[in-house]
Design a protein around this ligand. Structure first.
Ligand SMILES: [Zn+2]
Length: 365
């Protein structure tokens, strides 16, 4: 919880570096800020990103529907709060909003220990009365997604597929892949104009390094940069905000967002077999953002320079993660494999294409 910033030598209140009139309550990247200026700082960073992506339609255009996946983490809740306030302000001023929000919650309780209470969902709907849908990872096949390459059948219990995977890292990887594909397919099915992902700078840095370590480096531009992914516009409006800043923000707003935020303090697994690459990356960046936030921002800035390889119509896409598979040009052992687990009705081998990363995920050790 932020408190008044005091000068250590004189024990006097430090004024806000921006407005100079109120007392500073926290230090943001070396600047002492008061409550109001900090709230403004967070909102500006987000809204600037939206402007840059021209997300707000003009007067003559029809209102856009933006899908906002809510995980009850501090980032997606903060994003929702800022956008909700913008929409409310516009409505009060009688101004055209240009967009509306559709909130999506992906239920993962069958495969993850995180349990979102019914009461949190009720509170969310009450505070933010936008269209809200909850779907479960188990519903993947009704969105036209199949993981036949993994399970050998078109439709299998999601939980069984996860438990069949060889390691904690591959289970976490597969859950994340399925969640993202489900969000993309949901957005397409509901004809949304774009998806607003809540990933903070810290989360994007984690993703950059962990996807690379998991052999899916080629997908990093699609996973972290604003742009079209699988035919739908994906935007990361929180990319200039650190997770610790959002944690401070959640407790400083009125009313605070904390009752809606599911605490996901990085848990250090008791046994090394439960350690995942994603978990290690979270622990790493959690400690780095404390003392050296510029390193975190630098990882994201560097990956932001990566350009997604151009995809032509004859590029095959990976049958698990859905990202294009590039053959022949990657050298080393980065080659796609054809899984021969499945056979079609006519008895011929279909052969499912997998990318390098998914090969690692799916193969038994
Ligand atoms: Zn893949």
């Amino acid at each position: 919880m932020p408190h008044t910033t005091k000068n250590h030598n004189t024990d006097q209140q430090v004024p806000c570096a921006r407005c100079q009139s109120s007392d500073a309550v926290l230090v943001v990247r070396t600047e002492n800020l008061c409550r109001e200026c900090f709230v403004k700082y967070v909102a500006t960073k987000i809204l600037k990103r939206l402007e840059k992506n021209q997300i707000r339609g003009g007067f003559k255009e029809s209102q856009k529907t933006l899908l906002l996946p809510v995980s009850f983490g501090v980032s997606s809740i903060s994003l929702l709060h800022v956008l909700d306030q913008q929409l409310q302000n516009r409505a009060q001023q009688g101004r055209y909003a240009g967009y509306n929000l559709h909130l999506l919650f992906v239920e993962q309780s069958t495969v993850l220990e995180q349990v979102i209470l019914e009461s949190s969902i009720d509170l969310l709907k009450q505070r933010y009365p936008h269209t809200f849908t909850a779907i479960s990872l188990e519903d993947y096949s009704s969105y036209g997604i199949e993981f036949e390459a993994l399970s050998g059948s078109k439709e299998e219990n999601f939980q069984d597929m996860v438990s069949s995977l060889p390691s904690a890292t591959s289970r976490a990887d597969f859950i994340e892949i399925a969640r993202r594909r489900l969000i993309l397919e949901f957005a397409k099915k509901r004809r949304c104009d774009g998806i607003l992902f809540g990933d903070s700078t810290t989360r994007l840095a984690e993703k950059t390094l962990s996807e690379t370590a998991k052999g899916r480096g080629v997908a990093v531009p699609w996973l972290t940069a604003d742009g079209s992914s699988d035919g739908i516009s994906c935007i990361y409006p929180m990319r200039d905000l650190l997770r610790k800043e959002l944690t401070a923000y959640a407790s400083i707003t009125t009313p605070p967002l904390t009752p809606l935020v599911l605490e996901t303090a990085t848990q250090i697994p008791t046994s090394s077999k439960d350690t995942t690459i994603d978990g290690l990356m979270s622990q790493y960046f959690e400690s780095v953002e404390e003392g050296h936030p510029s390193i975190v921002a630098n990882v994201v800035r560097t990956s932001g320079r990566l350009v997604a390889p151009s995809v032509s119509e004859d590029n095959q896409s990976c049958s698990i993660c859905g990202y294009p598979v590039f053959t022949g040009s990657w050298g080393g052992d980065q080659q796609s494999v054809i899984s021969s687990q499945s056979t079609e009705g006519n008895g011929s081998r279909t052969g499912k294409v997998l990318c390098y990363g998914c090969t690692k995920t799916a193969l038994k050790p």
